[in-house]
Design a binder for this molecule. Structure first.
Ligand code: 5GP
Ligand code: MG
Length: 479
């Protein structure tokens, strides 16, 4: 499973939850475009609506009206490279002897098969091959014998890997973040209730205030009457494994993660990029939109150093074209880049250009853009990247291709420069990332840039001494 998703949960005093959930899913749409879903509870029964497609297409007025109740959760799911997978659209909802459950999951378990086999042996029947259903069954089983908090704690003792979850048990909404806090989750206050969301931008959208991040290993239980929440610190790991790529690419720049506005982190990374490998050209331009915050920091630092570089837009984005990763084949991806971006000739023709992007994955975007800029008359093209070389796959919830698709997996920077056709190419160092995030290697997941993971992935190195369950890389590698 490769789910880089968005999750949300709300409890309100005297208002239906469906619309606030719908708006927050809109705010989290960038985290997943494959499917969208909402589960609510009205005090008597659970209601659900889950559909393939974008949030705006997945719900109509009637769907929202039917989702009654002041408590609910929602989910947007990231498309897997392999295509559409209806079985795993979320929230996953089900009724057990111990009550109704809805689960929305962002992350990836590393010991899913093991827990699943064990539950299957105890008579649990599964309808999907997703890890969310495994969590639901384990929790339902624990709820037969334990109260809610203990049941969640027992489940957290069984499952390993990355998970930010919003859960509905009957009409109670919960939020859980895995012991190492790999994926983000935060809590906010509304005028008439509380909200849990993958990113604070969703809280802003509802006119609320971010309270704080949910802590690694913490369970938040929203009171169903919207009057407050209770916190339980269920695990206490010495190390965290925050995904640095959230700050580089995935999160919205207007979200606050770990008390830092993502936009400012990206600008700092851009400044570092100038410090490490700045080159004075006629113009500096971002690859929209992902390169923008980096380019603004880079250009600012360049100007402070007296560089005579104009900061300008050189590529226009067609906002109606989706993220190019949705396209499953390489041929489609290549065409999509041309569909998505068109040069502004006057900024480019006859000039030397620094082009700034957040990352290179397969190299498709950069290769195409460099060709585009040359056609538009650029004299020189210097590519600067706001993250280190991505050399290894992500096993923890980001759809990042398998190793053989990663251009940097087996090439030197010079070979990559040559392949994509740039006059020069520089990536940001890992140190710049740890500095900008104010965290050391030991508290970040840097697996995709170091090949060393905070979990034991079979066939991969781990950067932790603590022994962890083994993930079978064959079944989890994205391809
Ligand atoms: P490439 O064309 O090299 O395969 O991808 C690089 C571009 O994709 C960059 O502009 C970056 O913003 C974006 N990107 C980086 N990582 C991801 C990811 O995990 N998912 C999606 N959809 N896009 C990504
Ligand atoms: Mg991009």
């Amino acid at each position: 499973m490769h789910e880089k998703c968005g999750v949300v949960g709300v409890s309100l005093t005297d208002r239906e939850a469906a619309r606030p959930l719908y708006y927050s899913l809109y705010a989290l749409q960038h985290r997943g475009q494959e499917s969208a879903g909402i589960v609510t509870h009205d005090g008597f029964q659970q209601h659900e609506h889950v559909e393939m497609g974008l949030v705006g297409d997945a719900f109509d007025q009637n769907d929202l009206d039917a989702l009654s109740g002041a408590n609910g959760i929602g989910h947007v799911r990231y498309p897997t490279a392999g295509g559409v997978n209806t079985c795993c659209a979320q929230p996953f909802s089900v009724s057990f002897k111990s009550g109704s459950l809805g689960l929305a999951h962002n992350g990836n378990l590393v010991n899913m098969e093991e827990v699943r086999d064990e539950l299957a042996g105890l008579g649990h029947a599964f309808t999907s091959d997703g890890d969310t259903e495994v969590i639901a069954h384990d929790l339902a089983r624990n709820l037969l014998e334990e109260d809610l908090v203990r049941a969640v704690k027992s489940t957290m003792g069984r499952i390993h890997g990355s998970y930010s979850l919003t859960i509905m048990h009957d009409e109670t909404v919960l939020g859980v973040r895995d012991p190492q806090g790999n994926r983000p989750l935060c809590i906010g206050e509304l005028e008439d209730g509380y909200v849990l969301a993958s990113e604070s931008a969703a809280i802003d959208t509802l006119g609320g205030e971010l309270i704080r991040d949910v802590r690694p290993g913490e369970l938040i239980v929203l009171r169903p009457d919207g009057s407050g929440f209770d916190s339980y610190q269920l695990t206490d790991e010495p190390q965290t494994a925050h995904c640095f790529f959230e700050h580089v690419y995935f999160a919205r720049p207007d979200s606050v993660i770990d008390e830092e506005l993502v936009y400012e982190v990206r600008r700092d990374l851009g400044r570092e990029l100038w410090e490490e490998s700045g080159v004075e050209t006629d113009v500096v331009m971002p690859v929209p939109d992902s390169g923008r915050s980096f380019a603004s920091g880079y250009a600012e630092a360049a100007a402070e150093d007296g560089a005579e570089t104009e900061f300008a837009e050189g590529l226009m984005k067609n906002r109606y074209v989706g993220r190019t990763f949705i396209m499953p084949t390489q041929d489609e991806r290549e065409r999509a880049v041309r569909l998505k971006l068109n040069p502004i000739k006057s900024t480019i023709e006859g000039r030397t250009v620094t082009l700034i992007d957040d990352s290179i994955v397969r190299g498709t975007t950069s290769t195409q853009l460099i060709e585009l800029l040359r056609d538009a008359g650029a004299e020189e093209i210097h590519l600067r990247i706001g993250s280190p070389e991505i050399v290894a796959p992500c096993y923890l919830g980001i759809d990042m291709a398998s190793r053989d698709e990663l251009i940097a997996a087996d090439k030197t920077t010079e070979e990559i420069r040559d392949e994509i056709g740039a006059d020069s190419l520089s990536y940001l160092s890992i140190e710049a990332i740890t500095n900008a995030l104010g965290k050391d290697h030991e508290n970040l997941c840097l697996g995709c840039v170091t090949s060393e993971y905070p979990y034991d992935v079979e066939g991969e190195q781990t950067d932790r001494e603590v022994s962890r369950p083994v993930i079978d890389s064959a079944s989890s590698a994205d391809d």
